[in-house]
Design a protein around this ligand. Structure first.
Ligand code: URA
Length: 199
């Protein structure tokens, strides 16, 4: 869809997010935290929920874990236009706790709309909360990470949350490997699209 058609839909989506009071987090947030990166992007990364800095700035992954994520993505060769970063919930759970079932379910329709606007080719879920709520599947992230999973025709890579990697530096190479697999897959998809355009 051309940008001129996407923008009004995106602006309405953003307005609806800012007006959302579907769960109690709407009353305690400073800002509704929607996305960072390209509006339409081939790779969509999904985290858990905003922390204190994200709530303050209104942008996802702008604290320490976000800096690690950006460092890895850019070192791997991703362009800033290649990715869109969001979260399972758009408002900060007080005390940085894990979002409740009620909060994650209440936010799901907005995440669905976001996904339909971004139209990613690849999804990366960061940590177990994102995996669980995006796929509605259980699973221990250390066991399922690093393997592509098909979800409604989209390829999804579960990996560690960068905050976990900050607490467990040995996991850094595994997060790197999973994001590298994503970069590699993106290049393959682009090569396939070029080849298809040539025939
Ligand atoms: N952790 C998350 O899961 N999301 C953010 O936006 C920031 C930290």
């Amino acid at each position: 869809m051309p940008r001129s058609e996407i923008m009004p839909l995106w602006q309405k989506f953003v307005e609806d997010c800012h007006n959302c009071r579907a769960c109690p987090l709407g009353a305690t947030r400073t800002n509704c935290v929607i996305s960072r990166g390209s509006i339409q992007a081939p790779v969509m990364l999904i985290g858990e929920g905003p922390g204190v800095e994200e709530d303050r700035q209104g942008l996802p992954f702008v604290g320490r874990s976000g800096r690690l994520l950006d460092d890895l993505l850019l070192a791997l060769g991703f362009e800033k236009t290649d990715f869109h970063i969001g979260n399972i919930v758009k408002c900060r759970p007080p005390g940085n706790r894990v979002p409740t079932t009620e909060e994650a379910e209440a936010c799901r329709p907005l995440l669905g709309r976001q996904f339909n606007l971004v139209k990613p080719k690849l999804i990366v879920t960061l940590g177990s909360t994102a995996w669980r709520w995006f796929t509605r599947q259980e699973g221990q992230i250390s066991k399922i990470r690093g393997q592509w999973v098909k979800k409604g025709g989209i390829e999804l890579m579960p990996t560690f949350h960068p905050a976990y990697v900050l607490r467990n530096p040995a996991a850094r190479t595994l997060l790197w490997d999973d994001l590298a697999a994503c970069y590699q897959r993106l290049q393959e998809l682009r090569a396939e699209a070029r080849a298809a355009a040539d025939v």
